[in-house]
Design a protein around this ligand. Structure first.
Ligand SMILES: *[C@@H]1O[C@H](CO)[C@@H](O)[C@H](O)[C@H]1NC(C)=O
Ligand SMILES: *[C@@H]1O[C@H](CO)[C@@H](O)[C@H](O)[C@H]1NC(C)=O
Ligand SMILES: *[C@@H]1O[C@H](CO)[C@@H](O)[C@H](O)[C@H]1NC(C)=O
Ligand SMILES: *[C@@H]1O[C@H](CO)[C@@H](O)[C@H](O)[C@H]1NC(C)=O
Ligand SMILES: *[C@@H]1O[C@H](CO)[C@@H](O)[C@H](O)[C@H]1NC(C)=O
Ligand SMILES: *[C@@H]1O[C@H](CO)[C@@H](O)[C@H](O)[C@H]1NC(C)=O
Ligand SMILES: *[C@@H]1O[C@H](CO)[C@@H](O)[C@H](O)[C@H]1NC(C)=O
Ligand SMILES: *[C@@H]1O[C@H](CO)[C@@H](O)[C@H](O)[C@H]1NC(C)=O
Ligand SMILES: *[C@@H]1O[C@H](CO)[C@@H](O)[C@H](O)[C@H]1NC(C)=O
Ligand SMILES: *[C@@H]1O[C@H](CO)[C@@H](O)[C@H](O)[C@H]1NC(C)=O
Length: 424
Protein backbone atom coordinates (compact mmCIF):
# COMPACT_ATOMS: atom_id res chain seq x y z
CA UNK A 1 0.00 0.00 0.00
CA UNK A 2 2.64 2.43 1.08
CA UNK A 3 4.72 1.33 -1.85
CA UNK A 4 1.84 2.04 -4.22
CA UNK A 5 1.25 5.46 -2.73
CA UNK A 6 4.89 6.36 -3.02
CA UNK A 7 4.85 5.17 -6.60
CA UNK A 8 1.79 7.27 -7.41
CA UNK A 9 3.35 10.27 -5.69
CA UNK A 10 6.55 9.79 -7.62
CA UNK A 11 4.77 9.42 -10.94
CA UNK A 12 2.57 12.48 -10.42
CA UNK A 13 5.53 14.55 -9.22
CA UNK A 14 7.56 13.58 -12.23
CA UNK A 15 4.62 14.40 -14.49
CA UNK A 16 4.28 17.78 -12.84
CA UNK A 17 7.96 18.49 -13.32
CA UNK A 18 7.79 17.42 -16.95
CA UNK A 19 4.74 19.59 -17.46
CA UNK A 20 6.50 22.55 -15.92
CA UNK A 21 9.41 22.05 -18.27
CA UNK A 22 7.21 21.58 -21.30
CA UNK A 23 5.19 24.65 -20.65
CA UNK A 24 7.42 27.63 -19.88
CA UNK A 25 6.08 30.51 -17.88
CA UNK A 26 4.08 33.20 -19.58
CA UNK A 27 5.52 36.59 -20.44
CA UNK A 28 4.15 38.26 -17.33
CA UNK A 29 5.89 35.80 -15.03
CA UNK A 30 9.11 36.02 -16.99
CA UNK A 31 9.18 39.81 -16.88
CA UNK A 32 8.31 39.89 -13.20
CA UNK A 33 11.25 37.59 -12.49
CA UNK A 34 13.81 39.85 -14.16
CA UNK A 35 15.14 42.55 -11.86
CA UNK A 36 16.84 44.28 -14.76
CA UNK A 37 13.66 44.59 -16.79
CA UNK A 38 11.46 46.60 -14.45
CA UNK A 39 11.55 49.74 -16.61
CA UNK A 40 10.83 47.78 -19.77
CA UNK A 41 8.02 45.89 -18.06
CA UNK A 42 6.43 49.09 -16.81
CA UNK A 43 6.63 50.76 -20.22
CA UNK A 44 5.25 47.75 -22.02
CA UNK A 45 2.47 46.85 -19.62
CA UNK A 46 1.39 50.32 -18.51
CA UNK A 47 1.71 52.32 -21.74
CA UNK A 48 1.74 49.86 -24.62
CA UNK A 49 -0.68 47.27 -23.36
CA UNK A 50 -1.80 46.41 -26.87
CA UNK A 51 1.71 45.32 -27.87
CA UNK A 52 1.97 43.46 -24.58
CA UNK A 53 -1.29 41.68 -25.22
CA UNK A 54 -0.25 40.89 -28.76
CA UNK A 55 3.01 39.35 -27.49
CA UNK A 56 1.04 37.11 -25.19
CA UNK A 57 -0.65 35.60 -28.24
CA UNK A 58 2.60 34.83 -30.05
CA UNK A 59 4.28 31.46 -30.04
CA UNK A 60 7.47 32.16 -32.01
CA UNK A 61 8.84 35.54 -31.16
CA UNK A 62 12.12 36.96 -29.91
CA UNK A 63 12.00 40.06 -27.72
CA UNK A 64 15.16 42.14 -27.42
CA UNK A 65 14.38 43.69 -24.07
CA UNK A 66 16.40 46.75 -23.01
CA UNK A 67 17.68 46.51 -19.46
CA UNK A 68 17.20 49.16 -16.79
CA UNK A 69 20.73 50.29 -17.62
CA UNK A 70 19.62 50.83 -21.23
CA UNK A 71 16.76 53.02 -19.99
CA UNK A 72 19.21 55.05 -17.93
CA UNK A 73 21.11 55.90 -21.14
CA UNK A 74 18.07 57.20 -23.01
CA UNK A 75 18.43 60.88 -22.09
CA UNK A 76 21.88 60.91 -23.69
CA UNK A 77 20.79 59.10 -26.80
CA UNK A 78 19.12 59.82 -30.12
CA UNK A 79 15.97 58.45 -28.56
CA UNK A 80 16.06 61.00 -25.76
CA UNK A 81 13.67 63.61 -27.20
CA UNK A 82 11.03 61.05 -28.10
CA UNK A 83 11.03 59.53 -24.64
CA UNK A 84 11.35 62.81 -22.79
CA UNK A 85 8.52 64.36 -24.77
CA UNK A 86 6.48 61.22 -24.51
CA UNK A 87 6.05 60.96 -28.27
CA UNK A 88 4.09 57.76 -27.95
CA UNK A 89 4.00 57.00 -31.68
CA UNK A 90 7.79 57.12 -31.79
CA UNK A 91 8.23 55.09 -28.63
CA UNK A 92 5.78 52.56 -30.04
CA UNK A 93 7.95 52.24 -33.16
CA UNK A 94 11.02 51.82 -31.02
CA UNK A 95 9.33 48.99 -29.12
CA UNK A 96 8.20 47.32 -32.34
CA UNK A 97 11.80 47.40 -33.57
CA UNK A 98 12.74 45.29 -30.53
CA UNK A 99 10.46 42.44 -31.53
CA UNK A 100 11.80 39.88 -33.96
CA UNK A 101 9.56 37.21 -35.45
CA UNK A 102 10.83 33.68 -34.99
CA UNK A 103 13.06 32.17 -32.34
CA UNK A 104 16.51 33.71 -32.71
CA UNK A 105 18.54 31.98 -30.04
CA UNK A 106 21.86 33.55 -29.12
CA UNK A 107 23.81 30.55 -30.37
CA UNK A 108 22.15 30.79 -33.78
CA UNK A 109 24.39 33.78 -34.47
CA UNK A 110 27.97 33.24 -35.49
CA UNK A 111 30.84 35.30 -36.82
CA UNK A 112 28.94 36.03 -40.00
CA UNK A 113 26.89 39.19 -39.67
CA UNK A 114 23.23 38.56 -40.39
CA UNK A 115 20.03 40.59 -40.53
CA UNK A 116 16.59 39.62 -39.26
CA UNK A 117 13.34 41.49 -39.92
CA UNK A 118 11.45 43.03 -37.01
CA UNK A 119 7.92 44.17 -36.26
CA UNK A 120 8.84 47.71 -37.30
CA UNK A 121 7.00 47.96 -40.56
CA UNK A 122 4.76 51.02 -40.49
CA UNK A 123 5.42 53.06 -43.62
CA UNK A 124 5.87 56.16 -41.49
CA UNK A 125 9.00 54.57 -40.06
CA UNK A 126 10.37 52.35 -42.78
CA UNK A 127 9.72 51.21 -46.30
CA UNK A 128 11.52 47.89 -46.20
CA UNK A 129 9.48 44.97 -47.46
CA UNK A 130 8.91 42.49 -44.66
CA UNK A 131 9.91 44.96 -41.94
CA UNK A 132 12.98 46.92 -40.96
CA UNK A 133 15.90 44.66 -40.06
CA UNK A 134 18.34 44.46 -37.18
CA UNK A 135 21.83 43.04 -37.54
CA UNK A 136 23.33 40.40 -35.29
CA UNK A 137 26.71 38.81 -34.93
CA UNK A 138 28.58 36.75 -32.39
CA UNK A 139 31.97 38.02 -31.37
CA UNK A 140 34.85 36.20 -29.80
CA UNK A 141 34.03 34.99 -26.31
CA UNK A 142 30.43 34.29 -27.34
CA UNK A 143 29.44 37.93 -26.93
CA UNK A 144 26.42 38.69 -29.08
CA UNK A 145 25.97 42.17 -30.49
CA UNK A 146 22.96 43.63 -32.29
CA UNK A 147 23.50 46.51 -34.69
CA UNK A 148 20.77 48.98 -35.53
CA UNK A 149 20.36 52.46 -36.99
CA UNK A 150 23.19 55.01 -36.84
CA UNK A 151 25.60 52.18 -36.16
CA UNK A 152 24.22 51.61 -32.68
CA UNK A 153 25.54 48.53 -30.93
CA UNK A 154 23.58 46.66 -28.27
CA UNK A 155 25.25 43.87 -26.35
CA UNK A 156 23.29 40.82 -25.29
CA UNK A 157 23.55 40.50 -21.51
CA UNK A 158 21.20 37.63 -20.70
CA UNK A 159 20.19 35.23 -23.44
CA UNK A 160 17.42 32.80 -24.28
CA UNK A 161 14.96 33.43 -21.44
CA UNK A 162 12.06 31.24 -22.44
CA UNK A 163 8.38 32.06 -22.13
CA UNK A 164 5.32 30.49 -23.67
CA UNK A 165 5.48 32.76 -26.73
CA UNK A 166 9.18 32.59 -27.50
CA UNK A 167 12.32 33.97 -25.94
CA UNK A 168 13.65 37.17 -24.43
CA UNK A 169 17.19 38.48 -24.74
CA UNK A 170 18.19 41.27 -22.37
CA UNK A 171 20.27 43.94 -24.13
CA UNK A 172 22.29 46.76 -22.59
CA UNK A 173 21.39 49.53 -25.06
CA UNK A 174 18.25 50.38 -26.98
CA UNK A 175 18.15 49.54 -30.65
CA UNK A 176 17.73 52.71 -32.70
CA UNK A 177 15.38 52.54 -35.68
CA UNK A 178 17.33 53.54 -38.79
CA UNK A 179 16.85 57.15 -39.89
CA UNK A 180 16.54 58.37 -43.45
CA UNK A 181 19.60 58.77 -45.67
CA UNK A 182 19.96 62.52 -45.28
CA UNK A 183 19.90 62.22 -41.50
CA UNK A 184 22.19 59.19 -41.43
CA UNK A 185 24.82 60.53 -43.84
CA UNK A 186 26.52 63.04 -41.53
CA UNK A 187 26.85 60.41 -38.82
CA UNK A 188 29.15 58.49 -41.12
CA UNK A 189 31.07 61.50 -42.44
CA UNK A 190 29.13 61.39 -45.69
CA UNK A 191 28.12 65.03 -45.73
CA UNK A 192 29.17 65.46 -49.36
CA UNK A 193 26.88 62.69 -50.59
CA UNK A 194 24.10 63.89 -48.29
CA UNK A 195 24.52 67.46 -49.50
CA UNK A 196 24.69 66.41 -53.14
CA UNK A 197 21.50 64.36 -52.79
CA UNK A 198 19.82 67.36 -51.19
CA UNK A 199 21.08 69.67 -53.91
CA UNK A 200 19.81 67.38 -56.64
CA UNK A 201 16.48 67.05 -54.83
CA UNK A 202 16.94 63.32 -54.44
CA UNK A 203 15.93 63.44 -50.81
CA UNK A 204 12.29 63.35 -51.77
CA UNK A 205 12.77 60.12 -53.72
CA UNK A 206 14.85 58.63 -50.90
CA UNK A 207 12.15 59.44 -48.37
CA UNK A 208 9.37 57.69 -50.24
CA UNK A 209 11.01 54.84 -52.12
CA UNK A 210 10.79 51.25 -50.96
CA UNK A 211 13.73 48.86 -50.58
CA UNK A 212 16.53 51.29 -51.40
CA UNK A 213 20.12 50.18 -51.97
CA UNK A 214 22.69 52.94 -52.36
CA UNK A 215 26.41 53.01 -52.95
CA UNK A 216 27.61 56.16 -51.27
CA UNK A 217 30.97 57.76 -52.14
CA UNK A 218 32.77 58.99 -49.03
CA UNK A 219 33.80 62.60 -48.48
CA UNK A 220 37.34 61.93 -49.69
CA UNK A 221 36.00 60.77 -53.04
CA UNK A 222 34.00 63.96 -53.55
CA UNK A 223 36.84 66.08 -52.26
CA UNK A 224 39.38 64.64 -54.71
CA UNK A 225 37.07 65.47 -57.61
CA UNK A 226 35.99 68.88 -56.38
CA UNK A 227 36.50 70.71 -59.67
CA UNK A 228 34.28 68.25 -61.54
CA UNK A 229 31.29 69.44 -59.55
CA UNK A 230 31.76 73.21 -59.50
CA UNK A 231 29.95 73.76 -62.76
CA UNK A 232 28.07 70.50 -63.10
CA UNK A 233 24.44 71.20 -63.99
CA UNK A 234 21.95 69.87 -61.44
CA UNK A 235 20.41 67.51 -64.01
CA UNK A 236 23.82 65.94 -64.60
CA UNK A 237 24.48 65.73 -60.86
CA UNK A 238 21.18 63.91 -60.52
CA UNK A 239 22.23 61.44 -63.23
CA UNK A 240 25.55 60.85 -61.52
CA UNK A 241 23.85 60.23 -58.18
CA UNK A 242 21.12 58.10 -59.74
CA UNK A 243 23.85 55.80 -61.01
CA UNK A 244 24.64 55.05 -57.34
CA UNK A 245 21.11 53.93 -56.51
CA UNK A 246 19.71 50.54 -57.42
CA UNK A 247 16.45 50.97 -59.29
CA UNK A 248 13.49 50.05 -57.10
CA UNK A 249 13.00 46.37 -56.55
CA UNK A 250 11.52 44.43 -53.69
CA UNK A 251 15.00 43.47 -52.57
CA UNK A 252 17.32 45.39 -50.33
CA UNK A 253 20.83 44.44 -51.35
CA UNK A 254 22.51 43.83 -48.01
CA UNK A 255 26.05 42.65 -48.64
CA UNK A 256 24.97 39.07 -48.02
CA UNK A 257 22.78 39.41 -51.13
CA UNK A 258 25.61 40.54 -53.37
CA UNK A 259 27.42 37.47 -54.60
CA UNK A 260 30.35 37.84 -56.99
CA UNK A 261 29.43 39.28 -60.39
CA UNK A 262 26.03 40.60 -59.39
CA UNK A 263 24.64 42.99 -62.00
CA UNK A 264 22.35 45.71 -60.68
CA UNK A 265 20.12 48.12 -62.57
CA UNK A 266 20.35 51.72 -61.47
CA UNK A 267 17.92 54.58 -61.40
CA UNK A 268 20.11 56.30 -63.96
CA UNK A 269 19.49 53.43 -66.35
CA UNK A 270 22.92 51.85 -66.74
CA UNK A 271 24.17 48.81 -64.89
CA UNK A 272 26.57 48.33 -62.00
CA UNK A 273 28.70 45.26 -61.53
CA UNK A 274 29.60 43.95 -58.09
CA UNK A 275 32.71 41.79 -57.81
CA UNK A 276 34.96 40.24 -55.21
CA UNK A 277 38.70 40.34 -55.42
CA UNK A 278 41.49 40.24 -52.88
CA UNK A 279 39.00 39.88 -50.06
CA UNK A 280 37.19 43.07 -50.96
CA UNK A 281 33.86 43.91 -52.45
CA UNK A 282 33.91 46.28 -55.43
CA UNK A 283 31.21 48.04 -57.36
CA UNK A 284 32.55 48.69 -60.85
CA UNK A 285 36.02 49.91 -59.94
CA UNK A 286 35.14 51.43 -56.55
CA UNK A 287 36.06 49.64 -53.37
CA UNK A 288 33.36 49.16 -50.74
CA UNK A 289 34.74 50.57 -47.49
CA UNK A 290 31.77 50.01 -45.19
CA UNK A 291 28.97 47.58 -45.82
CA UNK A 292 25.44 47.44 -44.55
CA UNK A 293 24.67 50.77 -42.92
CA UNK A 294 20.93 50.70 -42.31
CA UNK A 295 18.69 53.54 -43.42
CA UNK A 296 14.94 53.90 -43.00
CA UNK A 297 14.16 52.54 -46.45
CA UNK A 298 17.00 50.12 -47.01
CA UNK A 299 20.74 50.01 -46.85
CA UNK A 300 23.83 51.90 -47.97
CA UNK A 301 27.37 50.80 -48.66
CA UNK A 302 30.18 53.35 -48.53
CA UNK A 303 32.57 53.38 -51.49
CA UNK A 304 35.88 55.12 -52.17
CA UNK A 305 35.00 56.71 -55.52
CA UNK A 306 32.26 58.52 -57.36
CA UNK A 307 30.89 56.14 -59.97
CA UNK A 308 30.73 57.19 -63.62
CA UNK A 309 27.78 56.07 -65.72
CA UNK A 310 29.95 56.57 -68.80
CA UNK A 311 32.35 53.92 -67.55
CA UNK A 312 30.17 50.94 -66.75
CA UNK A 313 32.98 48.56 -67.64
CA UNK A 314 35.46 50.06 -65.17
CA UNK A 315 37.30 47.27 -63.37
CA UNK A 316 39.02 47.51 -60.01
CA UNK A 317 42.71 47.07 -59.46
CA UNK A 318 42.55 45.13 -56.20
CA UNK A 319 46.30 45.47 -55.76
CA UNK A 320 46.04 49.13 -54.86
CA UNK A 321 44.26 50.43 -51.80
CA UNK A 322 42.49 53.44 -53.26
CA UNK A 323 41.09 53.00 -56.71
CA UNK A 324 41.78 55.68 -59.29
CA UNK A 325 39.01 58.12 -60.07
CA UNK A 326 37.08 57.75 -63.30
CA UNK A 327 35.38 61.12 -63.41
CA UNK A 328 37.95 63.81 -64.22
CA UNK A 329 38.52 66.37 -61.52
CA UNK A 330 40.89 67.66 -58.90
CA UNK A 331 40.50 68.89 -55.38
CA UNK A 332 39.62 72.51 -54.85
CA UNK A 333 41.83 74.89 -52.97
CA UNK A 334 41.40 74.53 -49.26
CA UNK A 335 40.35 70.93 -49.79
CA UNK A 336 36.74 72.01 -49.77
CA UNK A 337 34.36 69.08 -49.46
CA UNK A 338 31.79 69.69 -52.21
CA UNK A 339 28.09 69.88 -51.40
CA UNK A 340 28.51 69.54 -47.63
CA UNK A 341 26.96 72.94 -47.12
CA UNK A 342 23.72 71.82 -48.73
CA UNK A 343 22.98 69.31 -45.99
CA UNK A 344 20.06 70.57 -43.95
CA UNK A 345 21.45 72.06 -40.80
CA UNK A 346 20.84 69.62 -38.05
CA UNK A 347 23.54 70.62 -35.63
CA UNK A 348 22.16 71.48 -32.28
CA UNK A 349 23.75 73.81 -29.81
CA UNK A 350 24.25 70.89 -27.48
CA UNK A 351 26.43 68.75 -29.71
CA UNK A 352 29.44 70.91 -30.23
CA UNK A 353 31.96 68.11 -30.31
CA UNK A 354 33.27 67.05 -33.66
CA UNK A 355 33.49 63.45 -34.74
CA UNK A 356 36.59 61.84 -33.46
CA UNK A 357 39.04 61.45 -36.26
CA UNK A 358 38.96 58.15 -37.98
CA UNK A 359 41.70 55.62 -37.95
CA UNK A 360 43.93 56.11 -40.89
CA UNK A 361 44.23 52.72 -42.37
CA UNK A 362 42.11 51.31 -45.09
CA UNK A 363 38.52 50.53 -44.41
CA UNK A 364 38.47 51.82 -40.93
CA UNK A 365 36.42 54.75 -39.92
CA UNK A 366 35.65 55.55 -36.39
CA UNK A 367 32.65 57.74 -36.70
CA UNK A 368 33.14 58.21 -33.04
CA UNK A 369 30.91 60.00 -30.70
CA UNK A 370 29.67 63.50 -30.57
CA UNK A 371 28.54 65.77 -33.35
CA UNK A 372 25.56 63.72 -34.01
CA UNK A 373 22.22 65.28 -34.19
CA UNK A 374 19.69 62.88 -35.45
CA UNK A 375 16.72 62.08 -33.39
CA UNK A 376 14.71 59.17 -34.61
CA UNK A 377 11.20 60.30 -35.26
CA UNK A 378 12.38 63.82 -34.94
CA UNK A 379 15.03 63.90 -37.60
CA UNK A 380 16.46 67.21 -38.66
CA UNK A 381 15.04 69.03 -35.75
CA UNK A 382 17.33 70.47 -33.18
CA UNK A 383 17.98 67.66 -30.89
CA UNK A 384 21.08 66.35 -29.39
CA UNK A 385 22.58 62.99 -29.26
CA UNK A 386 25.58 60.87 -29.53
CA UNK A 387 25.14 58.00 -31.86
CA UNK A 388 27.07 54.88 -31.24
CA UNK A 389 29.91 54.23 -33.53
CA UNK A 390 29.56 50.75 -34.82
CA UNK A 391 30.38 50.44 -38.43
CA UNK A 392 30.31 47.19 -40.24
CA UNK A 393 33.23 47.81 -42.48
CA UNK A 394 34.00 46.45 -45.70
CA UNK A 395 36.40 43.78 -46.51
CA UNK A 396 35.31 40.24 -46.63
CA UNK A 397 36.64 36.79 -47.03
CA UNK A 398 34.30 35.96 -49.82
CA UNK A 399 30.77 35.55 -50.89
CA UNK A 400 28.36 34.91 -48.06
CA UNK A 401 31.14 34.65 -45.57
CA UNK A 402 31.55 38.01 -43.97
CA UNK A 403 33.48 37.32 -40.88
CA UNK A 404 33.30 39.56 -37.90
CA UNK A 405 36.69 39.86 -36.31
CA UNK A 406 36.63 42.04 -33.26
CA UNK A 407 39.76 43.67 -32.07
CA UNK A 408 42.33 41.56 -33.71
CA UNK A 409 43.12 42.32 -37.26
CA UNK A 410 42.15 45.96 -37.17
CA UNK A 411 43.51 47.47 -40.30
CA UNK A 412 44.00 44.08 -41.79
CA UNK A 413 42.47 43.24 -45.08
CA UNK A 414 40.87 40.08 -43.81
CA UNK A 415 37.54 39.97 -42.20
CA UNK A 416 34.86 42.53 -41.80
CA UNK A 417 35.32 44.62 -38.76
CA UNK A 418 32.78 46.25 -36.60
CA UNK A 419 34.15 49.24 -34.86
CA UNK A 420 33.19 51.89 -32.52
CA UNK A 421 32.38 52.91 -29.05
CA UNK A 422 28.83 51.82 -29.44
CA UNK A 423 27.14 53.69 -26.72
CA UNK A 424 23.91 55.48 -27.20
C1 LIG B 1 21.66 43.47 -14.15
O1 LIG B 1 22.50 44.11 -15.11
C2 LIG B 1 23.80 44.37 -14.64
C3 LIG B 1 24.54 45.08 -15.73
O2 LIG B 1 23.82 46.16 -16.19
C4 LIG B 1 24.49 43.07 -14.30
O3 LIG B 1 25.77 43.34 -13.76
C5 LIG B 1 23.67 42.30 -13.29
O4 LIG B 1 24.24 41.04 -13.09
C6 LIG B 1 22.26 42.13 -13.78
N1 LIG B 1 21.44 41.50 -12.77
C7 LIG B 1 20.66 40.45 -12.99
C8 LIG B 1 19.87 39.96 -11.82
O5 LIG B 1 20.58 39.93 -14.07
C1 LIG C 1 0.55 41.57 -33.52
O1 LIG C 1 1.54 42.37 -34.17
C2 LIG C 1 1.88 41.89 -35.45
C3 LIG C 1 3.04 42.71 -35.95
O2 LIG C 1 2.74 44.07 -35.92
C4 LIG C 1 0.68 41.97 -36.35
O3 LIG C 1 1.03 41.47 -37.62
C5 LIG C 1 -0.44 41.18 -35.76
O4 LIG C 1 -1.61 41.37 -36.53
C6 LIG C 1 -0.73 41.59 -34.34
N1 LIG C 1 -1.67 40.67 -33.76
C7 LIG C 1 -2.65 41.08 -32.99
C8 LIG C 1 -3.52 39.99 -32.42
O5 LIG C 1 -2.83 42.25 -32.72
C1 LIG D 1 2.86 59.21 -22.02
O1 LIG D 1 1.79 58.83 -22.86
C2 LIG D 1 1.06 57.70 -22.43
C3 LIG D 1 -0.03 57.42 -23.42
O2 LIG D 1 0.52 57.17 -24.65
C4 LIG D 1 0.46 57.96 -21.05
O3 LIG D 1 -0.15 56.78 -20.61
C5 LIG D 1 1.56 58.36 -20.09
O4 LIG D 1 1.01 58.69 -18.85
C6 LIG D 1 2.35 59.52 -20.61
N1 LIG D 1 3.47 59.79 -19.75
C7 LIG D 1 3.82 61.00 -19.37
C8 LIG D 1 5.01 61.11 -18.49
O5 LIG D 1 3.22 61.98 -19.74
C1 LIG E 1 27.52 31.13 -39.88
O1 LIG E 1 26.38 30.34 -40.15
C2 LIG E 1 25.96 30.42 -41.52
C3 LIG E 1 24.64 29.69 -41.67
O2 LIG E 1 24.60 28.56 -40.91
C4 LIG E 1 27.05 29.83 -42.40
O3 LIG E 1 26.68 29.90 -43.75
C5 LIG E 1 28.33 30.65 -42.19
O4 LIG E 1 29.38 30.10 -42.93
C6 LIG E 1 28.70 30.67 -40.71
N1 LIG E 1 29.82 31.59 -40.55
C7 LIG E 1 30.86 31.32 -39.76
C8 LIG E 1 31.91 32.37 -39.69
O5 LIG E 1 30.95 30.31 -39.12
C1 LIG F 1 22.12 73.56 -55.39
O1 LIG F 1 23.36 74.21 -55.64
C2 LIG F 1 23.22 75.46 -56.28
C3 LIG F 1 24.61 76.01 -56.55
O2 LIG F 1 25.37 75.08 -57.21
C4 LIG F 1 22.45 76.39 -55.39
O3 LIG F 1 22.28 77.61 -56.04
C5 LIG F 1 21.10 75.77 -55.09
O4 LIG F 1 20.43 76.57 -54.15
C6 LIG F 1 21.26 74.40 -54.50
N1 LIG F 1 19.96 73.79 -54.37
C7 LIG F 1 19.60 73.09 -53.31
C8 LIG F 1 18.21 72.52 -53.34
O5 LIG F 1 20.34 72.87 -52.36
C1 LIG G 1 7.36 55.37 -47.05
O1 LIG G 1 6.71 55.69 -48.26
C2 LIG G 1 5.57 56.53 -48.08
C3 LIG G 1 4.93 56.79 -49.41
O2 LIG G 1 5.46 56.04 -50.41
C4 LIG G 1 5.98 57.84 -47.45
O3 LIG G 1 4.86 58.62 -47.22
C5 LIG G 1 6.70 57.57 -46.15
O4 LIG G 1 7.20 58.78 -45.61
C6 LIG G 1 7.86 56.64 -46.39
N1 LIG G 1 8.50 56.33 -45.14
C7 LIG G 1 9.78 56.56 -44.92
C8 LIG G 1 10.30 56.19 -43.58
O5 LIG G 1 10.53 57.02 -45.76
C1 LIG H 1 35.65 63.09 -43.09
O1 LIG H 1 35.91 63.45 -44.42
C2 LIG H 1 36.90 64.46 -44.55
C3 LIG H 1 36.96 64.87 -46.00
O2 LIG H 1 37.38 63.85 -46.79
C4 LIG H 1 38.23 63.94 -44.02
O3 LIG H 1 39.21 64.94 -44.13
C5 LIG H 1 38.06 63.53 -42.59
O4 LIG H 1 39.24 62.93 -42.11
C6 LIG H 1 36.90 62.56 -42.44
N1 LIG H 1 36.64 62.35 -41.03
C7 LIG H 1 36.54 61.14 -40.51
C8 LIG H 1 36.21 61.11 -39.05
O5 LIG H 1 36.68 60.13 -41.15
C1 LIG I 1 13.11 51.36 -62.83
O1 LIG I 1 12.14 50.36 -62.55
C2 LIG I 1 10.84 50.70 -62.97
C3 LIG I 1 9.87 49.64 -62.51
O2 LIG I 1 10.49 48.40 -62.42
C4 LIG I 1 10.82 50.88 -64.48
O3 LIG I 1 9.54 51.26 -64.89
C5 LIG I 1 11.82 51.96 -64.86
O4 LIG I 1 11.91 52.06 -66.25
C6 LIG I 1 13.20 51.64 -64.31
N1 LIG I 1 14.08 52.77 -64.54
C7 LIG I 1 15.22 52.66 -65.18
C8 LIG I 1 16.00 53.91 -65.29
O5 LIG I 1 15.64 51.60 -65.59
C1 LIG J 1 34.73 36.98 -58.98
O1 LIG J 1 34.54 36.93 -60.36
C2 LIG J 1 35.67 37.38 -61.08
C3 LIG J 1 35.30 37.49 -62.55
O2 LIG J 1 34.51 36.41 -62.95
C4 LIG J 1 36.82 36.42 -60.83
O3 LIG J 1 37.96 36.87 -61.52
C5 LIG J 1 37.10 36.39 -59.35
O4 LIG J 1 38.09 35.44 -59.06
C6 LIG J 1 35.85 36.06 -58.58
N1 LIG J 1 36.13 36.24 -57.16
C7 LIG J 1 35.98 35.28 -56.27
C8 LIG J 1 36.29 35.64 -54.86
O5 LIG J 1 35.60 34.17 -56.57
C1 LIG K 1 28.87 61.22 -69.83
O1 LIG K 1 28.87 61.36 -71.23
C2 LIG K 1 28.01 62.40 -71.71
C3 LIG K 1 27.98 62.34 -73.22
O2 LIG K 1 29.28 62.30 -73.69
C4 LIG K 1 28.50 63.73 -71.17
O3 LIG K 1 27.62 64.76 -71.57
C5 LIG K 1 28.54 63.68 -69.65
O4 LIG K 1 29.10 64.85 -69.12
C6 LIG K 1 29.34 62.50 -69.16
N1 LIG K 1 29.17 62.40 -67.74
C7 LIG K 1 30.16 62.11 -66.89
C8 LIG K 1 29.81 62.06 -65.44
O5 LIG K 1 31.28 61.88 -67.28
Amino acid sequence: MLFTLVTIWLVTSLAAITLAQDKPKDLTDLLNDQKNLTEFTTLLTKQYGDIYANLSFQDQVTILAPSNAAFAKIPYSTLGPAFLNNQSDVVRSVLEYHIVPGIQRAESYNGSFRFTPTWLSDSGDTNVTGGQVVGGVQQAGNVNVFISGLGTRSTLEKANLAFSGGIVHIIDTFLVPPADFIATAPQFNLSAAGGAATNASLDEYLNTATDVTMFVPNNDAFQRLGSAFTSMPLAELARVLDYHIVNGTDTVYYSSKLPNNTILNTRQGKKLTVTFASNSLFVNSARVLQEDILIANGVMHVIDNVLDYNATEAKPNPEIQTQGAIIQGSSLSGNVVPFSSYLPNTVSSFSSASPSAGASSFGITDIGSGASNTAFGNARSTSSSTAGGAVHTGTSKGVGDRVYSPGSGLGGVFGAIVLGAGFL
